[in-house]
Structures are given as C-alpha cells and as structure tokens.
Design a protein around this ligand. Structure first.
Ligand code: FAD
Length: 512
C-alpha cells in the first residue's frame, strides 16, 4: 500500500522559493495552490493586483513542478474549484487520502482565523509552520515594547539594528555615529538627477486576464495586461532589486518625500509587491543595500533611509497589526463617517494633486509613500472620510496591499483612527506642504495660497477646520501646541470664514 501523503498549502502571498519546504521534492507531499473567488472578492481589487498574484502563483507552481515537486494547482476557471479555501481543502484531503495537513503562517488575520478554525475540525494531523520570511515573529514587537504605552518606531528600529547587526560598528555603535539620517533627506526634486529608466521586465498576460474576466471576477483600474510590469518570480525580482541599488538607491534618501507630475516612481524601489509576496527576503534586500554602502556606491544616508523602511517600518507595522487585531480595524477615534467622494474611483477632481495621485494609482496600481500619506490620506482625514472605507480603498487599489501592512499604515499612520497608537500626531497639512514637496500646485484650478473663496485650495480651510473640530481629542497633544496657538489667535471673522469654507467643501466633496 502506498504511504498516505501530506498536503501542504501555499497561499498567493507565500511565493518564497527559499522556504525549507522546497529544498527537496518529496514523493509523500502534495503542494496545493488555488486561485479562489474568496480571495479575489473579499474587497474590490485593482485588476493588476489580481493578475500579478495569479501570474506569480502560476509561475511558482511551474518552477516547483520542474524541480520535481508534486503540485496540485486549481485555476480560477477549473470546474473542480469550489472557490473557497476550506471547501477545496476538504476535497483535496479526501482525494489524496492525506494523513496530514500543513500550512505556512498566514500574514492576514482573516486567513489565520479561517485556517485555525479549519484545523480545529480536522481529524488528521495539522501543523502551522513559519513562513521563513520576516525578521520578527508576530509577537516580537509586543514583547520588545513590554507594557509601554507609546510604541516609538525609532526605538524598535534601533533594537532591530542591534539584534541583526545591521550598520553597526564593532563596538555596537551605529556606523557614521548616528542611527538615523533623516535630516539629510526630505528634499523636493528639482528635475535632476533624472528619474532612472523603468527597468522592470514586462510580460503579456492577456490570456490570463481574459480568463479572470471570463470567470466573472470584478475589478477596477487599468489591467495593462499586454505589457504587464510586475515581477513574475524571484529571479525577476532580484533583477529589479539590483537595478534599484545601482540606479536609484544613491538618491533614495534625499528625494524620498518628493513628488512630481513628471516622474511618478522617482527613486523608489517598487519592491513592495515582490517583498510582500515573499519573492524576496527582507534580509537579502537589506544586505544588498549595506554592501552597496560598503562598496561606496551609495551614501550612508541613502542606505540607512532605505534600510529603515524595511528593517524598521515594515516589521514594526506587522507587530502593531498582530498585537491589535481583530479590534484594530474597527477603530474610529474621530467618528468619521463620510463616504468616499466619487473621484476616488476616477481621479476626476479639480484638485490637481489628488487627480494626479489617484489617476496614477488607477493606472499603475502604485503610488509612493508620500502620495499615499500626504496627498490622498491627508485629504481623507481632513475631510472626515470613513476610515473603514478608506482602508478598503487602499487594500484594493495598491499592488502591494495585504492587510497586515496596509491596515496599520492606513488606519493608524494615515487616518489616526487608532487615536495615536502608531503616529504621535496626525499626518495632515495644508496646501503649503504639498507645494513645497511637489510641482502639483502649478497649474491647479485652486490657489494654494487662498483659504477662502471659490478658488481657494480645499486643503487650507479643511486643515484648520480639522483641528478646530477635533480639539477635544487633539488639543492637549504637546506636538500640536503651535497649531492650537495659531488657531486661537485667528481673528473671529477669519475663523468664521474658514469654517464656512470648510463646510461648503464638505457639502460638495463629489464636485471639488
Ligand atoms: P520604497 O519607498 O522603495 O521603500 C522600500 C520598502 O520599504 C518598500 O518596498 C516596503 O516594503 C518598505 N516600506 C516603506 N515604507 C513602509 C511602511 N510605512 N510600512 C511598511 N513597509 C514600508 N506598504 C505596503 O507594502 N503595502 C500596503 O498596502 C501599504 N499601504 C499603505 C497605505 C498608506 C496609507 C500609507 C501611507 C503607506 C502604505 N504602505 C504600504 C507603505 C509604503 O507606502 C509602501 O510600502 C511603498 O510606497 C511601496 O513602494 P516601494 O516599494 O517603491 O517603496
């Protein structure tokens, strides 16, 4: 009698070719992968996100099969596909007479719960194993912060540098004498150096896109299927990483917060999709940045700034997510309830910054951090948009959006809906900041300098109105002392005009 096999599940964001599961093919193991409606439909997704994940999964399965692994792959249009994780698992466990079921630690709470509930009902041996991707365990940030009320990212980041020996002198001090070179960064971009060419390999995924559409999957945004720019596998992701280190990393720090209508990628890595689907391991990305600095190919401020995003922010938000889920998603400290304006789905607004950032997101399934935070998120918070709707929009539109990283960034950092667990003050600004960091205000219908009047930039009155209406929650925040001082000094007529202007904007959000 043949030995009963083990079923091993690989999810769409677990394309980790370096995982120990794949060191050697085993004839008593079947790898299971599935394209399911459960995953395409839990939120309204950008077309590129669905294509990129399915294409990556298909290529991963192909490579495993070529290496001798036994892979059972269910495509979205397979008549045997029951379109839900538990239903397909039930069917396959029965089909193979499996003696055991194993899965890698999911990153999303939703899937973690579903699989935990599933294994509870099984009579065969079940096991969850490490995904062998992150620097930290799910609980590690909470352990590190202990009972501290404030979870400062900088504290976490330094501990990570020490623990993993990154950019450290032999005596344990930070190289160059500082932990953080942010003060060298934050410049606007004058047009030079030029934005590096987009070196991403493209693919024709038209047939896959037709299959997805024919299966009835709903989506939005430009599919760009014929010239699809997101990496298919680890080797393409590594190529993209090397290109970034050579051409863009030297300028990454300086222009990290810059925005331009002429250069949508600027000096960003565009690696978040490859990282979040685990085509790349964060430690190898960090090691390459360190090596480039040691070889004097990039300045320390650039390497450190980039490494902080990965070793610091990325692991920190994951810790925040696992500590506070499931209740985190329901937080709404300002009780914001306004629905998203219609132009979140079209980009058609007279506010040029928002029109450019949203149109780019619809076209590319990507916007860089400051566009997400200080243009789109900034407006959403000032306008009091419902944070759950905002969260679902971000979760759907961006190629790299998986809830463990998207939710703390959106609900916490960007919307301050958690009351300041993640950010020490709300990330909001008037038009002045957007104008300083970009060329977006030039040629805008609205005037960045005006606070009231038909042509006044809506950010300006909304900015002051936000602080005025939320004084109860924010008035005692020591980082906002200056803002409230200015607000209190505002002349009564100016104050009333500002409030009337803000009320008018809020009344007609769809037509701004
Ligand atoms: P780069 O600027 O080149 O940065 C390098 C890498 O650092 C990124 O690939 C990413 O892995 C990591 N990183 C940078 N900033 C952060 C951060 N704040 N949190 C976690 N990792 C970070 N990032 C996602 O990966 N998925 C999301 O769904 C997501 N949603 C966001 C929503 C909002 C409202 C905001 C403000 C930020 C969000 N971010 C998200 C963080 C950040 O904007 C993206 O990681 C980044 O824009 C991806 O582009 P890039 O690869 O070119 O990044």
């Amino acid at each position: 009698m043949t030995k009963k096999p083990t079923i091993r599940l690989v999810l769409g964001d677990q394309l980790n070719a370096l995982h120990s599961w794949f060191r050697q093919p085993r004839d008593d193991v079947h790898i299971i992968m599935m394209e399911i409606r459960q995953e395409t439909d839990y939120v309204h997704h950008h077309a590129q996100k669905i294509i990129a994940i399915f294409a990556g999964m298909r290529d991963f399965a192909r490579q495993l099969t070529e290496a001798g692994h036994q892979v059972h792959y269910l495509t979205i249009d397979d008549p045997a596909n029951l379109q839900s994780l538990p239903a397909n698992l039930d069917q396959l466990i029965l089909h193979y007479h499996a003696k055991a079921f194993e899965y890698q630690e999911p990153d999303e709470w939703r899937l973690d719960r579903q699989l935990a509930d599933y294994v509870q009902q099984q009579s065969i041996a079940c096991q969850m194993v490490d995904s062998e991707h992150f620097y930290t365990r799910r609980e590690e940030a909470a352990e590190l912060f202990g009972g501290r009320k404030k979870w400062l990212m900088e504290h976490f980041y330094r501990q990570m540098r020490i623990k993993h020996g990154v950019l450290l002198e032999a005596d344990g001090k930070p190289v160059g004498g500082q932990w953080n070179y942010d003060h060298d960064n934050r410049k606007s971009w004058p047009g030079l150096p030029s934005e590096p060419a987009d070196g991403r390999v493209t693919h024709d995924h038209s047939t896959l896109w037709e299959t997805i559409e024919a299966a009835g999957v709903q989506s939005f945004g430009r599919p760009n299927a014929a010239q699809f720019p997101w990496p298919l596998n680890r080797s393409e992701a590594l190529q993209q990483l090397d290109g970034f280190i050579a051409d863009a990393l030297p300028y990454f720090g300086q222009f990290q917060d810059a925005m331009s209508s002429k250069a949508w990628r600027l000096f960003h890595s565009m690696l978040s999709f490859a990282l979040n689907t685990k085509m790349l391991v964060p430690a190898e990305v960090v090691a390459k940045a360190v090596a480039a600095w040691r070889a004097e190919a990039v300045p320390l401020a650039a390497a450190e700034g980039f490494i902080r995003q990965i070793l610091g922010w990325r692991e920190y938000v994951r810790g925040m997510y696992w500590t506070h889920m499931p209740n985190y998603a329901a937080q709404n400290v300002f009780a914001h309830e306004r629905p998203l304006p219609i132009w979140f789905w079209t980009g058609q607004t007279n506010m040029r910054c928002l029109s450019l950032a949203i149109t780019q997101s619809l076209e590319q399934a990507h916007a860089h951090h400051i566009q997400r935070l200080m243009v789109i998120g900034n407006f959403a918070l000032l306008a009091g948009l419902n944070p759950v709707e905002v969260h679902h929009w971000y979760l759907g539109i961006y190629i790299d959006a998986f809830e463990w990283v998207e939710l703390p960034n959106t609900l916490g950092m960007s919307q301050f809906a958690d009351g300041g667990l993640l950010a020490t003050k709300p990330y909001v600004s008037s038009a002045a900041y957007i104008d300083r960091m970009s060329d977006y205000c030039k040629g805008c219908y609205y005037d960045k300098k005006l606070r009231v009047g038909e042509r006044a930039c809506p950010y300006n009155a909304l900015y002051w109105d936000f602080f005025a209406r939320n004084e109860k929650q924010l008035g005692s925040n020591p980082r906002l002392g200056m803002v409230y001082q200015q607000l209190r000094k505002m002349e009564v007529t100016a104050y009333n005009a500002m409030q009337a202007q803000a009320a008018d904007s809020l009344d007609r959000l769809d037509t701004l």
